[in-house]
Design a protein around this ligand. Structure first.
Ligand SMILES: NC(=O)c1ccc[n+]([C@@H]2O[C@H](COP(=O)([O-])OP(=O)(O)OC[C@H]3O[C@@H](n4cnc5c(N)ncnc54)[C@H](OP(=O)(O)O)[C@@H]3O)[C@@H](O)[C@H]2O)c1
Length: 211
């Protein structure tokens, strides 16, 4: 069934995920602060363009793809429009540090928690943050496990659909209070990719997990 999806932001993740969702038959509207960028990005994937408020109002599900640093500015004015909806958070709040990627949220709430606090009536689900935009846009998303953290069963069900519609496999790994663990996992995994290490080599097959 077609889902109305609003996307906040018109960058790499908006185009990658929005493109897959549009091709799967969903009704996608990309909202951005720049009308021109929203128009160009939306046109490139056969979606519609608008403002942040139009995207938030349009979506039964809304993807926040503006980045953690922009949450405090972009989200609070949309809180009423986002109430009751699944709000997907793909952000990676991290910067390079002296010995690898560092979470900008270290010692404080996760980026997903901050998003939830900025839109108190919305149902936040952490999703899609572990893969690069190029992965979501292409065939390497096929069969990929996508860990999800969220508290609301209906929002998680929508997230499951949207994960399946990029060709991937949803993996529920807990409530929103665990989203910080997923964000920390990304700092390690993405740091390893940058260092030309393969994180997959750390993990035995599940049937051999205990020896
Ligand atoms: N790129 C990846 O491979 C990847 C993978 C996993 C997760 N992520 C996460 O996904 C999120 C989006 O990444 P991206 O690569 O798509 O970013 P991007 O290409 O830089 O796009 C960001 C979008 O957010 C908008 N934006 C940023 N700050 C804003 C502000 N203060 N007010 C209003 N709009 C603002 C930008 O608008 P302007 O064009 O006007 O600046 C742009 O439309 C980030 O949290 C990132 O950590 C990215």
């Amino acid at each position: 069934m077609a889902v109305r999806i609003g996307i906040l932001g018109a960058g790499n993740m908006a185009v990658a995920l929005g493109g897959k969702w549009a091709r799967a038959g969903h009704d996608v509207l990309i909202g951005a602060r720049s009308a021109e960028r929203a128009e160009v990005s939306a046109k490139s994937i056969g979606a519609r363009a608008g403002t942040f408020a139009e995207a938030a109002g349009h979506g039964e599900a809304v993807l926040s793809a503006v980045g953690h640093a922009a949450t405090g500015e972009v989200i609070p004015p949309l809180a009423e429009l986002l109430a009751g909806k699944a709000l997907l958070d793909c952000s990676n709040p991290m910067v390079p540090g002296p010995s690898g990627l560092v979470l900008t949220t270290d010692g404080g709430p996760s980026a997903a928690r901050t998003l939830a606090d900025a839109a108190p009536g919305a149902h936040v689900v952490k999703a899609f943050h572990l893969g690069a935009a190029g992965v979501w846009a292409g065939e390497h998303a096929n069969g990929l496990g996508v860990p999800l953290c969220g508290d609301d069963a209906d929002a998680l069900a929508v997230a499951h659909t949207l994960v399946a519609d990029v060709g991937s496999v949803p993996l529920a790994v807990g409530g929103l209070e665990r989203a910080g663990y997923l964000e920390a996992t990304a700092a390690i995994v993405i740091g390893m990719w940058f260092a030309d290490q393969d994180p997959r080599t750390m993990l035995p097959a599940a049937e051999h997990a205990h020896g």
